[in-house]
Structure formats: structure tokens, C-alpha cells
Design a binder for this molecule. Structure first.
Ligand code: MG
Length: 315
């Protein structure tokens, strides 16, 4: 394997959906809108604004319509919503999102636990969702939850990922999002999975959705880059969590991925200073410490004054 870095990557900010949905206290709608507008100003390529999931399942996102209707859409930023079923698709039509992110689980047991239906039944539903999206000129991305590991089944055989990707492809979907939903993937698995998918679907745009549950997310980003991925989901402050690992960290923090990539000369288009300001704001809003290492420690180029003799500890 030779070292490879692309010139630039696209970062999709998923904090307002994947992050906020894990927050127990309701975040006022106007605060969600304010944060999304601030994120739009950081230079991010895309924002996953909300999910049209049933409010009983995710009460935090009950205001999906209001949020989508009132955010300021900045040119050059793609605003997506997560669409898990037909009811959601029908709710999403008037929202005029730039992209619908279809969601289903690749593993059978997670699909049954999370959506109460089999993978095949989910695929049938997604086919109808794709028809609706086409009829309303919305782009779609085929999400593959648990593709890189399932809390019930562990490692997923590649054949299962291939099966779901092929089904999406047959529907006309040319953009995938491969998710490490519970943060169990390692860099070797990421590299091998993405390399195989890219070989089978050379015209597909593949995004990686990584969680830092076990501290492997940035390493997995590097593995993804090596396999040719140039699109990553991330959440401001590392917001989010994992329902199967209490107290676990969430998505890879946007600040941390931007900080690492920009230091290596890979452009993200994101202004880190502005992003860190949003992160501080979000931390106050959710009222608990966030998980971003860079937010806590500062950037690697912040130099400290060398201690003088008088300042030395113990003198
Ligand atoms: Mg997630």
C-alpha cells in the first residue's frame, strides 16, 4: 500500500441530526436553526439538517419541518435530511432538501431491532422512496447502517454489504454512505471494505460515516483516504453517542478531522477557527462537555511560551 492523500475532501456536518438526536433535553427549535446557520458559515460542504423519523422514535427531531423551513441556505452547501421510510419521504417532499439520505441496516438483527423489518423489506421500501425522490428531483444517497459492524452480529460478511449496495445500485442509486454505526470498525476493515466496494461500483460516490466510540475514527479516516474515499460525515464537538454503549463518544468530531487533514495539506474548505467557535457555542447549548480533542487541547500550531528559569516548577 502506498501513501496517498487527495488534494481535498468533502465534510458533511451531521451534528444537527446524528448528534442532537442523542441529546435528552429538548434543544429549542430556534437554537437548532441558529447552530445550523453558524455551521453553514464555516465552509462545510454539506449539512445533514434533520431526520423525518417518527417523533415517537426520536422526539428531539419533532421540529424537522420547522427547522428545514427556517434555516438560511447558503449557496454551495448541500442540505440533506435522513429519510427512513415512506411516511418520512412524504414529509420530506415539501422540505425541498438537496439530498435524501436513505437509511437501512445491513445486518438483519439490527434492521429488526431498529426498524422492525427485515433488510429485504427495507430495500422494498427504499425502492419506493427512490421513486418519490426521482419524481421530485431530489438526489439520494443509500445509507448502510451497521455495514462496518453490528452490536448483535459483530463483523458483517462483505457479501451482505455487497448485497445491499447492489440492490441500491439496481434502484439507480449512485451514492452510498457506509456507516460504522456503533464504532467498532478498524482501519484494515475500512480499507478492505471500501476497496472492494470501489472495485465493484467504480462509478459510485462513497461516503464514510464513522463513530469514535472506541477511539478508532481518525485512523479509519486515514484508511478511507487510502482506499480513495473523499467524503466523510463528522459532527461538531463529536456530538452523538451509541445506544449500545452508554457514555460512549459520538461521531468523529468535525474539528478533529478538519484539524488533522488541514495539517497534512488536505483541503476541507472549513475555517477551523469559526468551527471551534460553533463548537464552544454547542457545548453551552447542550450543557455537557463535548468530545473533540482539538476543542479541549487547542490546535497543534498553538505554540506556548517556553518557561523561563523563574517559572520552572519547583523553583
Ligand atoms: Mg451515526
Amino acid at each position: 500500500m502506498s501513501w496517498y492523500l487527495p488534494e481535498k475532501v468533502e465534510i458533511k456536518e451531521v451534528g444537527p441530526r446524528d448528534g442532537f438526536q442523542m441529546e435528552k433535553a429538548f434543544i429549542p427549535t430556534k437554537e437548532k436553526i441558529r447552530i445550523i446557520n453558524a455551521l453553514s458559515e464555516t465552509g462545510v460542504s454539506a449539512i445533514q439538517v434533520t431526520s423525518v423519523v417518527h417523533p415517537k422514535a426520536v422526539p428531539q427531531l419533532i421540529d424537522a419541518e420547522e427547522v428545514m423551513a427556517n434555516i438560511e441556505r447558503k449557496e454551495g452547501v448541500s442540505y440533506s435530511v435522513l429519510v427512513p421510510n415512506i411516511c418520512g419521504a412524504e414529509r420530506a417532499i415539501p422540505m425541498k432538501a438537496d439530498e435524501w439520505e436513505l437509511m437501512l441496516s445491513v445486518s438483519e438483527s439490527h434492521s429488526l431491532a431498529n426498524a422492525n423489518r427485515s433488510v429485504d423489506d427495507s430495500l422494498k421500501i427504499m425502492e419506493e422512496v427512490v421513486h418519490l425522490a426521482n419524481a421530485h428531483n431530489v438526489s439520494v444517497r443509500g445509507g448502510m447502517a451497521t455495514a462496518l459492524g453490528c452490536p448483535f452480529e459483530g463483523r458483517i460478511p462483505f457479501e451482505r454489504i455487497h448485497y445491499v449496495a447492489e440492490a441500491y445500485y439496481q434502484m439507480g442509486v449512485r451514492a452510498f454512505s457506509v456507516a460504522d454505526t456503533v464504532g467498532v470498525a478498524d482501519p484494515k476493515l475500512v480499507y478492505e471494505t471500501i476497496s472492494q466496494l470501489k472495485a465493484l461500483f467504480p462509478d459510485a460516490d462513497i461516503n464514510l460515516h464513522l463513530h469514535n466510540t472506541r477511539g478508532m475514527a481518525l485512523a479509519n479516516v486515514i484508511a478511507g483516504l487510502q482506499a480513495g474515499v473523499t467524503s466523510f460525515d463528522a459532527s461538531v464537538g463529536g456530538l452523538g453517542g451509541c445506544p449500545y454503549a452508554p457514555n460512549a463518544t459520538g461521531n468523529v468530531a468535525t474539528e478533529d478531522i478538519v484539524h488533522m487533514l488541514e495539517r497534512m495539506g488536505v483541503q476541507t474548505g472549513i475555517n477551523l477557527r469559526k468551527l471551534l467557535a460553533v463548537s464552544r457555542d454547542v457545548e453551552k447549548l447542550v450543557d455537557h462537555p463535548l468530545e473533540s480533542a482539538v476543542s479541549r487541547a487547542g490546535t497543534a500550531d498553538e505554540l506556548h511560551q517556553a518557561p523561563t528559569r523563574q517559572m520552572k516548577i519547583g523553583e
